[in-house]
Write a protein that binds this ligand. Structure first.
Ligand SMILES: NC(=O)c1ccc[n+]([C@@H]2O[C@H](COP(=O)([O-])OP(=O)(O)OC[C@H]3O[C@@H](n4cnc5c(N)ncnc54)[C@H](O)[C@@H]3O)[C@@H](O)[C@H]2O)c1
Length: 253
């Protein structure tokens, strides 16, 4: 119960890695807000948590829309009275396809940045005033190992995940005085539904990437939850502005 009595908003937690975070955070005692553009998935995940005795609220949220992120913070406060942790996990990743750097349209580029970068910033903007008022808080942003490797043939996505590290560092500097910590996680290629169904990858991608790692196996969403719990808990109380790579030793900082 390392997150007992904490309230955590996890964006995009209706499936994949975010859902794995939500389930484990609830098992560790946190009340969870699943802020999702896909409300049906969010409700399904919330029911799963409640069936195991946890507390969860499913909200329809578009992180790229300021009115929607403000509503997310407001409804969280109405239901749970505080916000201890924000996990900026929502992202455009599913279906983007591995393609060469110049085979992307400006619209694709803009949509990725609107959700992955502006969306994370908007969620912070909505939540931080409540964290300041309550004396502190904790933000975890999802970056990606592609920022370090340059691999994956996902130029717009990779650039957005580099910007997430910049966001993490700026906010750590600007919010530390309010006792708000901001860190990032950079997973390697993780076998969520989105990765399994990524167009453009060879059928043996899981095996190919496993062989590039120190630890020669594929990465699963559950490989990430321990680090997220650590960052969300008081065990990491003096860590801020950092990015932790979780990829079995695929790339080094
Ligand atoms: N799977 C990987 O290999 C991998 C590697 C590195 C980083 N990541 C990051 O981990 C996170 C989760 O990845 P995943 O594999 O579970 O991907 P995913 O595409 O399955 O999950 C993303 C979730 O975000 C939601 N979402 C999309 N747009 C949204 C919006 N505008 N507002 C609110 N919610 C929105 C989706 O509905 C989905 O549930 C993402 O930030 C991703 O970039 C994934």
């Amino acid at each position: 119960m390392r997150l007992k009595n904490k309230v955590a908003i996890i964006t995009g937690a209706g499936r994949g890695i975010g859902k794995a975070f939500a389930i484990r955070f609830a098992e560790e005692g946190a009340a969870i807000v699943i802020a999702e553009i896909d409300l049906a998935n969010a409700e399904h995940a919330a029911k799963e948590i409640e069936a195991k005795g946890g507390q969860a609220l499913a909200l329809h949220t578009d992180v790229s829309d300021e009115a929607s992120t403000n509503e997310m913070a407001k409804k969280t406060m109405e239901r749970f009275g505080k916000i201890d942790v924000l996990v900026n996990n929502a992202s455009i990743y599913y279906g983007i396809g591995a393609r060469p750097w110049d085979d992307r349209t400006p619209d694709e580029w803009d949509r990725i940045f609107a959700v992955n970068v502006k969306g994370s910033w908007l969620c912070c903007k909505a939540v931080v005033p409540h964290m300041i008022a309550q004396g502190g808080g904790n933000i975890i942003n999802l970056s990606s190992g592609t920022h370090f490797s340059g691999g994956g043939r996902l130029i717009h996505y990779t650039c957005s995940k580099g910007a997430v590290i910049s966001l993490t560092r700026v906010l750590a500097r600007e919010l530390g005085g309010h006792n708000i910590r901001v860190n990032a996680m950079a997973p390697g290629f993780t076998m969520s539904e989105a990765s399994r169904e990524m167009p453009g990858n060879p059928p043996n991608i899981e095996e190919l990437i496993s062989q590039t790692r120190c630890l020669k196996r594929s990465e699963q969403p559950d490989d990430l939850v321990g680090t997220a719990v650590f960052l969300a808990s008081d065990d990491s109380a003096f860590i801020t502005g950092q990015t932790i790579i979780i990829d079995g030793g695929g790339v080094f900082l």
